[in-house]
Design a protein around this ligand. Structure first.
Ligand code: 13P
Length: 252
């Protein structure tokens, strides 16, 4: 069944002291304020994941990693494996974020491998995709999004999609204060759902959650979430303040 999800990507923010404070606030703010059918996820940095997973275990907050390596283990200095995540109680990973694609040269081919490794280890994947401003200006955004999805995901089996959430994050709307209009988000989400319907059939297409990310704030969340193919949000900056995050969750 399609799920409603609000996920907070903390990116490279919050040291352990700050993370402790925010998690405490979130637990308090969110308790009793979330509809039963809405999942709330936070994605702190690697060093804070163990703490976050332990502290949220009995709450309605789930914890995700922001990345992981495609290999199971080995000589990959500075990297973190899927097994290391599940071993500390982290069962979700964000893959394909545009900042990983842009600053760490992650390609669709690499992401296909990461997705396989994550699913193989039993992780749920929040898979991000989205076009650059120049792609949108030139009208190439549909093609770009289609390619990103096909190359990284379409080798998967139908059954894998029980463990995949999609997140449309137009790069031009991330951290810029500029948001895609609800209509622009809906247009891409519907397009993506149609891609899945063609490749895997309506059952998979109807069941997959597609989140929108890019400058979602308490002030614009409700309108964006009201669109039929927008199943929630992947929130950056506004997820760093408990009150704002709560307000966004409440608007779903
Ligand atoms: P902002 O909400 O800060 O634009 O970030 C969105 C994002 O990249 C979430 O992954």
């Amino acid at each position: 069944m399609r799920q409603k999800i609000v996920a907070g990507n903390w990116k490279m923010n919050k040291n352990l002291d700050e993370a402790k404070k925010l998690i405490k606030q979130l637990k308090k703010e969110i308790k009793g304020n979330v509809n039963e059918d809405t999942r709330v996820i936070i994605a702190p940095s690697f060093v804070n994941l163990h703490y976050a997973a332990k502290k949220t275990k009995k709450s309605n907050i789930e914890v995700a990693a922001q990345n992981m390596h495609q290999s199971k283990s080995g000589a990959f200095t500075g990297e973190v494996s899927a097994d290391m995540l599940t071993n500390i109680g982290v069962n979700i990973v964000i893959l394909g974020h545009s900042e990983r694609r842009e600053y760490f040269a992650e390609t669709d081919e690499l992401l296909a491998k990461k997705v396989d490794t994550a699913l193989g280890q039993g992780l749920e994947v929040i898979f991000c995709f989205g076009e650059l401003l120049e792609d949108r200006k030139s009208g190439n955004h549909f093609k770009i999004v289609e390619n990103q999805i096909k190359k990284a995901l379409f080798h998967l089996e139908k059954s894998n999609y029980a463990n995949i959430v999609l997140a449309y994050e137009p790069v031009w709307a991330i951290g810029t204060g500029e948001t895609a209009t609800p209509e622009q988000a809906q247009e891409i989400h519907a397009f993506v759902r149609e891609l899945f319907a063609k490749e895997y059939g309506n059952e998979v297409a109807d069941a997959i959650s597609i989140l929108y990310g890019g400058s979602v704030k308490p002030a614009n969340a409700k309108e964006i979430f009201s669109k039929p193919d927008v199943d929630g949000g992947l929130i950056g900056g506004a997820a760093l303040k408990a009150e704002d995050f709560k307000a966004i969750i409440k608007s779903i």
